[in-house]
Write a protein that binds this ligand. Sequence first.
Ligand SMILES: [Zn+2]
Length: 96
Amino acid sequence: MKTFQPLARAHQVVIFRLRTGHCRLLAHLYRMKISHTDDCETGTQTPEHVLQTCPSFAALRSELWPVMVDLKEKLWRPVESLWQTADFLASITLTV
Ligand SMILES: [Zn+2]
């Protein structure tokens, strides 16, 4: 039987922010008029951009997810996917 280990509180917070889009990524900061741009130079910096397509994190992304995983799985379930997403976020230079 697989042990179910819940996410650490800090990881829950980050995942929740990305689910709602209320995070520190440029797309949201720009909407809030806190940033002058929503662009990370390769696209609009949304949770989907960072998790799925931003070239800046391509190497780490393919290391953690050798097979393409959709955004829904990365942010919702199963819980193993959420751990991976939390690892990814902890390893990149962005604060979300
Ligand atoms: Zn980008």
